[in-house]
Design a protein. Structure first.
Length: 191
């Protein structure tokens, strides 16, 4: 099982990364191979230009924008599980994760008969969300965004792990209940 974590926090070593690390550790305990792409480490990023060049191909992404998202798209095609990881930013995913989601438009192929196929069909999708506030203070909206993305992609939605009221990465690693929830969620992703 190959898992791809797309980490969308602008802080590479912040709360989202600490939580995602625990989740992927749990997945690795079950034998999964897990890669993480920290979107904040990519230097050339452009949002979807809505040029529709991708619609000129049927069996490959075909995105015409040549930037660091090409490697993300390539790894997403090879993954069996995609984990969207983000902090809550104004009741939404971070701009980095939203940009990556927008760029996944190239995975959808719209047919003249209104049928949509997806190059990610058959995969599994999950979310890891961190919040400085309570669980229902925006995480619920991100969960719905990720769930709908999974549904439209014809993916199996595995759910979300929300780490609410988090303060620092070290506090996350010291919270025994959160650590066990994250490891358990990761093991579930790998099963």
């Amino acid at each position: 099982m190959r898992i791809l974590g797309l980490q969308g926090s602008p802080r590479g070593e912040g709360n989202t990364q600490a939580t995602l690390d625990l989740v992927l550790e749990g997945a690795r305990q079950e034998g999964a191979a897990a890669d993480v792409i920290r979107l904040c480490d990519l230097t050339e990023l452009t949002g979807c230009m809505e040029c529709f060049a991708c619609q000129g191909t049927t069996n490959q992404p075909g995105c015409a924008v040549e930037d660091d998202m090409q490697q993300v798209i390539e790894k997403a095609v090879k993954a069996q599980v995609i984990v969207w990881a983000t902090p809550v930013f104004c009741w939404s995913p971070s701009w980095l994760l939203k940009m990556a989601m927008d760029r996944m438009y190239c995975m959808f192929k719209f047919q003249p008969d209104s049928e949509v196929t997806c190059l990610l069909e058959g995969r599994k999708t999950a979310a890891v969300i961190t919040a400085g506030g309570t669980e229902d203070d925006g995480a619920d909206l991100i969960i719905e965004t990720c769930r709908r993305f999974a549904e439209f992609s014809k993916n199996r939605w595995l759910g979300a792990l929300v780490a609410a009221n988090v303060t620092t990465p070290s506090a996350i690693r010291e919270d025994a209940k959160l650590v066990e929830r994250a490891l358990s969620f990761g093991r579930q992703l790998a099963s």
